[in-house]
Design a protein around this ligand. Sequence first.
Ligand SMILES: [Zn+2]
Length: 77
Amino acid sequence: MSDPTYQPPYKPVSSTPYDQPDPARVGVTRMNPFEHFCAVCGAGAGFGFGGDFMRGEPGLWACMKHRAEVEQRWRRG
Ligand SMILES: [Zn+2]
């Protein structure tokens, strides 16, 4: 995730680097290909809550910085 040369294997939602916040990507989740961005800031998200692949439920995702905040949001439902 910290590799600055990292490029997702799909056409990005925007030209913003994967690990940078972007309002256009807040809460974006797509199943095919699978990609997910922070529900708070839109940066590439490494932490997911409540996802269920078998039911096609992508869950709620968060970057490192907003992990606790998004987890709380998910717990509240
Ligand atoms: Zn974030």
